[in-house]
Design a protein around this ligand. Structure first.
Ligand code: LRH
Ligand code: MN
Ligand code: MN
Length: 424
């Protein structure tokens, strides 16, 4: 489904006056407002193909209807989001949930919707119906070499799909680990995993990156073989310069100082990218910024500072993706909210007075340092984000257009109320 251009223009027109007042107010306080807006315009957040259906828990799932039935419809859904916010210009595929059977057709459809292919994701955490050996006791860590080989071969196949689509990175998340003490030998599990990752790495094209995502727990509840950033960094350091650590915000133990992790990974040149979401308890996969917006700001603050220190391009040098599920919301509305939260937080981090912050730090002026950060965090930057959207052809208020155009109702009419998208 597509919303006609004149409807978007009508919407913008109806909000223009109020928006202009708010934008002028904040713009007056910013030195290089056009430079800041350009950074916001350039910043794109990938949407995973598995986030377009209603998520669930092991207790149940309550789909809202109109979910995409295939990869084509998933691309159309993301295209719609991107038409509204102009900041979701990429899709990240999970194999085998979304196999691009006809790569050139899928590539053309994505291009029509203004989308690029972000990282490819492999899946060795579920057994597929036609699969020979089981991942019940792990994949790349498995005691049986044949299982490890199956996992390696799958990852190499995922890279092949990605090459056809123009993707340039592979994200490996392993659920490998153990549920009970004594179940596995930690050292052997690590060595097996490293060896398997090395085989995948050897098959990686030169211009590709490999992201190793860590997670503290779940589905294994005693140990995880890539359990934290230290373990991921060990693997990626041993693998080589094309390997990077990927941070998923929901994959830490409670109260972890994620911003410090990010700062150090960046310093080491080993931060590859992000999976954004928010959580209260664990891997809750809630809407970005819905629970701990200040933590997200502190993370972006480190990202901007650390990337600028290395002269990195904010938009292209790291992989940015949302990784959330939506148990009780319309997935598309939730994704609009998540992208908005990311853009707001990025804009706030760009406002931090870095020179004064460095001075305060050098003078051990704790109060001023805190004030500087909170000054930026407490600034209402929504008009800046809206202006960036407007200048790149999007709309002032994506969520309100989505609702007034009755997008979900149309999708239900078109696809039915009992559709189920592949994914979590
Ligand atoms: C694991 C994870 C990982 C998977 C996705 C479906 O919890 O975050 O990124 O690929 O969920
Ligand atoms: Mn993730
Ligand atoms: Mn996760």
């Amino acid at each position: 489904m597509q919303i006609e251009k004149y409807k978007l223009e009508e919407h913008n027109h109806s909000l223009q006056k109020e928006h202009q007042r708010k934008f002028d107010f904040i713009a007056a306080d910013i030195k290089d407002v056009n430079g800041l807006l350009q950074k916001l315009i350039d910043f794109q957040v990938a949407i995973p193909s598995w986030a377009l259906g209603t998520g669930g828990t092991r207790f149940g799932r309550f789909p809202g209807g109109g979910e995409p039935r295939n990869l084509e419809e998933k691309i159309e859904d993301i295209g719609l989001l991107h038409a509204l916010n102009r900041s979701s210009g990429a899709i990240s595929l999970h194999i085998p949930w979304d196999i691009p059977e006809n790569a050139s057709h899928i590539k053309a459809l994505a291009a029509q919707n203004g989308l690029k292919f972000d990282a490819m994701n492999s899946n060795t955490f579920q057994d597929q119906p036609d699969q020979e050996l089981s991942y019940k006791y792990g994949s790349m860590q498995h005691v049986d070499k044949a299982v490890r080989k199956q996992a390696v071969d799958h990852n190499i196949e995922v890279v092949k799909y990605g090459l056809e689509l123009g993707s340039e990175s592979l994200t490996v998340w392993l659920s490998d680990g153990s549920c009970f003490p004594g179940q596995l030998n930690f050292r052997k599990a690590f060595q097996n995993t490293l060896e398997s990752l090395q085989e995948v790495y050897a098959a990686l094209p030169d211009h590709w990156k490999m992201f190793v995502e860590y997670k503290a727990f779940e589905p294994n509840f005693y140990s995880t073989t890539v359990g934290d950033w230290g373990q991921s960094l060990l693997y990626t350091s041993k693998l080589g310069k094309k390997a990077y650590t990927l941070v998923d915000l929901g994959h830490h133990l409670p109260n972890a100082n994620i911003e410090q992790i990010v700062a150090l990974l960046l310093m080491e040149g080993k931060l590859g990218g992000f999976h954004f979401n928010d959580s209260k308890y664990g891997d809750d996969d809630l809407t970005v910024g819905s629970i701990k917006p200040y933590q997200l700001f502190l993370i972006f603050n480190e990202l901007v500072e650390g990337m600028d220190a290395k002269d990195m391009n904010h938009a292209t040098d790291l992989g940015w993706m949302i990784d959330a599920s939506h148990n009780v919301k319309d997935p598309l509305e939730d994704l609009l909210q998540s992208v908005e939260a990311i853009m707001i937080t990025y804009a706030q981090a760009l406002l931090v007075d870095r020179k004064r912050l460095a001075e305060a730090q050098n003078n051990n002026d704790v109060v001023t340092a805190q004030e500087i950060l909170q000054q930026a965090f407490r600034t209402d930057v929504r008009a800046l984000v809206a202006e960036a959207r407007l200048r790149s052809g999007g709309v002032l208020n994506p969520l309100s257009v989505y609702r007034s155009e009755k997008v979900r109702e149309s999708l239900i009419k078109q696809r039915g109320s009992k559709t189920v998208a592949t994914g979590l």
